[in-house]
Design a protein around this ligand. Sequence first.
Ligand SMILES: C[S@@+](CC[C@H](N)C(=O)[O-])C[C@H]1O[C@@H](n2cnc3c(N)ncnc32)[C@H](O)[C@@H]1O
Length: 401
Amino acid sequence: MAIYQDFIELLKRSIKDKTLVKLTLSNYKGQEAGLKNLYVKLVEIKRELKMSFVYRYQTRDITKNYSLRDGFDVLVEAVHFKGFRSVVLQTIDEQLDMQMNKKAEWTGFRRASSNAVEVDLKHDKQKERRLQDSSKSYLQDLKLTDANGQVYKNAQDKWKQINHYIEILSGSLANLPKERNLRIVDMGAGKGYLTFALYDYLHSELKHDVSVVGVEFRQDLVELCNTIAERAGFNQLHFEEGTIENYTSETNMDVLIALHACDTATDDAIYKGIKDEASLIVVAPCCHKQVRRSLERIKAKNDLDFMTQYGIFMERHAEMLTDSIRALILNYYGYDTKVMQFVSDQHTPKNVMIVAEKKGVSVDRQQEILAKLASLKSYYGLDYQHLERLCELDVLASKAV
Ligand SMILES: C[S@@+](CC[C@H](N)C(=O)[O-])C[C@H]1O[C@@H](n2cnc3c(N)ncnc32)[C@H](O)[C@@H]1O
């Protein structure tokens, strides 16, 4: 138990001296479904020092902030009873690692920190994950800001959306390799607001070597965006005229983006990302006509038919079913998926975003996914889903039942 006592002492001291950099609890064997890790750090919120707990589940993060006293108690309980079997405590000058062995005893060691580390007391929300310079020419050309960099009143929502987009993606973007050029394809780029913002953030703020291609079938928008990119000096941002379905390139993409591409165009885009084994796939689906038409045609008798007789509920079911199937298919190909609200539903009903990061998957899990796909389709009376068909998983799913 000596290492456990050391841990408690080091924890207390590092909280008191504000030298706690990070605490990571992992190798979770407890009862809570989907829980993987707990990350704890010190944060300053409204000038008060608190402990921030991020509970990482398979598909989401839950953050809780505690006072130092409560945080310490919650943490000790988590280490004691919650089922984490590995603990790493990093302070400014040392690191303590401990593991629980088969006899439920803590073993471990401590050592001096090998790298210079700092305590970052900034609350995640305070971190600058947004565009810093609103005076850039592309923002004026896109009619978001005036010549002084002031955001126009009627562009406030768009400005918020752009920055929210960067904020949502910043964590995933930080995981991308830095040592080589990254290829990003934004399918259905439209007027390019989000494409420009992403390029600017990666290139100017994060100093990434990136090439971004916007694919769009409207020639006028492609010409406009290329002119704006050239004027901004964004040499590695280009827009190409063409359709998502027919888009090809010689080099595989690292990141696939498709925001508000209609109906099955989102599936076509995801399929290309999967085929290229993109590290990150981000889509904000638009309408869900293909699945809705199928549900309406087949009219399955199930526990939900009293709801789906109403058009608006049918619409929402079609949306949830389509996007859940997309998330499941991404899981099948080894992506960890998060589904979140992108834009406030005050502004648009098209407000769901799927963020998928490639991590890997076991064969057993793939079998489970195929069985789940088959049972979902049978329950809803869905004959097929476009992405499933593109991936030819409908054939495999029918064999999995
Ligand atoms: C609703 S806008 C979204 C623009 C941008 N992605 C955004 O979220 O602000 C959809 C854009 O995708 C383009 N688009 C839709 N389907 C497409 C397809 N199959 N191939 C290429 N472009 C497509 C449309 O012309 C339109 O400009």
